[in-house]
Design a protein around this ligand. Structure first.
Ligand SMILES: [Fe+2]
Length: 397
């Protein structure tokens, strides 16, 4: 089968895309949904989703081959260059994070009266973008380390953070990141118009209660619509963050490309934060476990490739994950390794005999074939590990 490699910029209707079986772990920006490309709109959609390259079969295609491209040209890896170390950025990110949660609480409580003011949140979203630009691991790890009793408010901030980080990874420009950040921050505004006894129920909801809870997506969009000149991307984020690729979501059962890219990104960020969060009725789930649950549900929920790229961005063991290592050592992931996601850098803090290792020893697992991560630790198992302090003193290998 004569297969040629092509940049997404050179895709044309009539090309037959093939799935070469290359792992998304190795090539997260490879578009590999097998079949004929039928329209220019389809190509625009592929580019919008952040894909960079594809392979097509010249025999099955209806058009003549274009000049093949070199791998270097197509692999426009958008992995950001950190301009601050994790330890440095955490110092600043902590106040950015607490300021955001404080502001989220303010605008969410105000929304109970039907009022909404976006203005005070604008500099805070810029603060999130600036931090993500300097070192994405600071806010993404912080959001999983800090535990607030008032989940609803911290969740708004966390979805904003993960949406901005993911948008950056997918190659969004600064204005798009701003819209994503605002959409993330305000995505659950409608929850404040849901009766408080349902919103804060310390248990799983009944079917009737869940039906009422589901109205929050439309209610949020309606409330935000009253803001003069509000960007449609922010409205779509609120209204579409529970839609699913296969049409099984709500409120409008939108299918596939009918869901805006903003709605899709928010959906991934929302699901990740909700699954991994500690709630009154459930313990926090380790980030890597949350990602593996999402991986199992990916087919109906998101278009092919989207979740895979989110996992590629965070790493299979995201930074800040407490882990058990070979021989019974314990540590905290301090730097991901995109080339070998199962072998990140870890700060080893506890010896097999239970003794603390102080200061922690930084081990690059990609350079130690004899040591591997055996499992992530639950919050209970890691309760004696001060993850934030370890990351603040980490030298990242
Ligand atoms: Fe929601």
């Amino acid at each position: 089968m004569p297969v040629l490699h092509v940049s997404v910029d050179d895709l044309r209707p009539g090309m037959y895309i093939v799935d070469t079986g290359v792992s998304w772990i190795d090539r997260p920006f490879l578009y590999a949904k097998e079949g004929m490309i039928r329209s220019q709109a389809e190509i625009v959609e592929i580019i919008h989703q952040g894909f960079a390259e594809a392979y097509y079969d010249t025999e099955q295609s209806e058009i003549k081959p274009v000049e093949p491209i070199s791998f270097e040209r197509s692999d426009k890896s958008p992995t950001p260059l950190a301009v601050a170390s994790l330890a440095e950025e955490l110092q600043q990110a902590e106040s950015t994070y607490t300021d955001c949660v404080k502001q989220a609480k303010e605008f969410m409580l105000e929304a109970r009266t039907g009022m909404v003011d976006l203005e005070p949140s604008i500099p805070l979203v810029h603060g999130i973008i600036d931090s993500v630009n300097r070192n994405v691991d600071a806010l993404t790890s912080l959001s999983k380390i800090k535990h607030y009793d008032e989940y609803t408010f911290a969740h708004c901030v966390n979805v904003s953070i993960f949406s901005v980080a993911f948008g950056k990874y997918l190659g969004f420009d600064q204005q798009q990141l701003y819209l994503l950040g605002m959409a993330g921050l305000f995505h659950d505004l409608g929850k404040m118009r849901v009766p408080i006894e349902i919103l804060n129920a310390p248990r799983r909801l009944t079917d009737e209660e869940f039906a009422i809870m589901k109205t929050h997506a439309q209610l949020g969009q309606d409330t935000l619509s009253s803001v003069k000149g509000i960007a449609s991307e922010i409205l779509m984020g609120a209204g579409q963050h529970h839609e699913k690729h296969d049409g099984s979501g709500y409120p409008n059962h939108l299918v596939g490309a009918a869901i805006s890219l903003y709605g899709r990104i928010l959906s991934v960020a929302d699901c990740y934060d909700a699954l991994s969060a500690k709630r009154v009725y459930k313990d926090a789930i380790p980030p890597s476990k949350a990602l593996s649950i999402m991986f199992q549900m990916r087919n109906g929920a998101w278009e092919p490739g989207l979740l895979e790229r989110f996992i590629k961005m965070l790493g299979i063991y995201p930074v800040g994950t407490p882990v058990e290592l070979s021989f019974g050592f314990r540590g905290v992931v301090s730097k991901s390794n995109p080339a070998s996601p199962l072998r990140p850098v870890a700060a080893v803090v506890r010896a097999p005999n239970g003794k603390m290792i102080d200061p922690p020893r930084t081990v690059d697992l990609s350079k130690h074939a004899d040591i591997k991560i055996t499992q992530p630790l639950t919050a209970g198992e890691a309760s004696d590990i001060d993850i934030l302090a370890i990351l603040k003193s980490s030298d990242e290998g």
